[in-house]
Every structure is written in C-alpha cells, then in structure tokens.
Design a protein around this ligand. Structure first.
Ligand code: AMP
Length: 211
C-alpha cells in the first residue's frame, strides 16, 4: 500500500514523512533523496541527473522510473510513503500501471500559498548523512550545523536559493499540479492546510491517516 505525500517544494513533505517513518512504521521513498544519493556516490545515474537538480528542473521520467523501481524493491511488503513522486502526469500513469502490486490508498496534498515557501526553503538545512531536515529559525537543531538524530553535518541544498526556488515552484505549477487532478478523478485526493507548525501539521496528518 502506498500513501503519497504531495505538495510544493517546502510544504513540509520530507519533515512529515520522517515523523511518519519514526512513529507509524512507514517506509519512506523520497526520489529527491535517492537522486542526491546517486550524485554523492558519483554513479552513472548521479552524473546524468546532477545538472537537472542544480537547475531546479525535473529529471526525465525514464530515469525516474528506474530509480523508483530500485527503491520499491527495498520497500517490498511495507507501507510506503512516497515523497516527491509522482511529479508529472506520466509518472502518475506509470504508478497507476503498477496498482496490482502497489495500490495507492490516498494522496495527501500539503497545501500552502507559494509566497510562504521561499522563506521556508531558504532557511532549510539538511543532514548530509541521514537527510533529516531542519530550519534555521522554525526548527533549528540543538547544536548549530549538527544533526540531532545522527550527529551528521548540516548543509544547504544547492537548489534552495531564491532563483532556483522560483524555477522549482514554476515547474510544480505546470507539471505537478495536474497530477493532483488525476487523483481527484480517482477519489484518492485529500487536502491538508500546511500553513501550520510541523507539530500541528503532524497532528492533522495523524488524524487523517487514523493512527
Ligand atoms: P526534492 O528533494 O523532492 O525537492 O527533489 C529535488 C530535485 O530532484 C527536483 O527539483 C528534481 O530535479 C529531482 N526530482 C525529485 N523527484 C523527482 C521526480 N519525481 N521527477 C523528476 N525529478 C525529480
């Protein structure tokens, strides 16, 4: 079974997904994390996708389907939380073709006005080891620059600057918003107001997922 966490960059998908993993036993698949892992390994896939990530543009669907298939193998038999996939109608259709093996039970849209996202994203810091996400003001780590969970070093993503953020939000509007309609038509879409603190949003999410 798959639950999709949808929403614009900075809407809180990654943070909420991490809590759902820790507190509800989900297995998280983040295609963004998987791609960044390939880049830091210097693999062939990593080299082929690096320029897309740095520019804030979407990686071609053909590459993504391979990356997703690999991630799904590791999650076999578990409740899966998808963060950052599907981001295009084609990706939603390919996932739909796998519905016998991987049925989608709901698509939760963390909805927030795009004006609020720039401040969230420019203050974001991410752990280089476990990918946990922080915010310099709203969710700082106990020790500046150090991950609370694993002690890893925090860094700022190369696509978390004002110019790239604008590109990513445009891409989201053009390519990813139609995906929400795809799931509305199938009766799987559910909306949550994401203009909340991480704790408030988690409480709302928990209620929605009934655990
Ligand atoms: P994220 O960590 O989800 O914000 O993703 C970071 C970047 O990875 C995106 O801006 C894209 O370049 C790439 N990416 C992640 N997921 C996808 C996807 N489903 N389709 C295409 N590109 C993706």
């Amino acid at each position: 079974m798959i639950v999709i966490l949808a929403g614009a960059p900075g809407s809180g998908k990654g943070t909420q997904a991490d809590r759902l993993v820790a507190e509800a036993g989900f297995c998280k698949i983040s295609t963004g994390d998987a791609l960044r892992r390939q880049i830091s390994l210097g693999s062939e896939i990593g080299r082929s996708v690096e320029s897309y990530l740095n520019a804030g543009k979407l990686v071609p669907d053909e590459i993504l389907s391979g990356v997703l298939a690999e991630e799904l193998k590791h999650a076999a038999g578990r409740m899966i939380l998808l963060d950052g996939y599907p981001r295009t109608l084609n990706q939603a259709k390919s996932l739909d073709e796998m519905k016998d093996e991987y049925p989608v039970s709901s698509v939760i849209h963390l909805d927030i006005l795009s004006e609020k996202l720039i401040a969230r994203l420019t203050g974001r810091r991410v752990c280089q080891d476990c990918a946990a996400s922080y915010h310099t003001e709203n969710m700082p780590p106990a020790v500046a620059g150090v991950c609370d969970h694993c002690g890893g070093k925090l860094f700022q993503r190369s696509d978390d600057n004002a110019e790239k953020i604008r590109t990513r939000l445009d891409v989201y509007k053009q390519e990813t918003m139609p995906v929400l309609d795809f799931y509305k038509e199938r009766g799987l879409y559910r909306r949550l107001d994401a203009d909340k603190t991480p704790q408030e949003l988690f409480t709302a999410l928990r209620k929605m997922l009934e655990f």
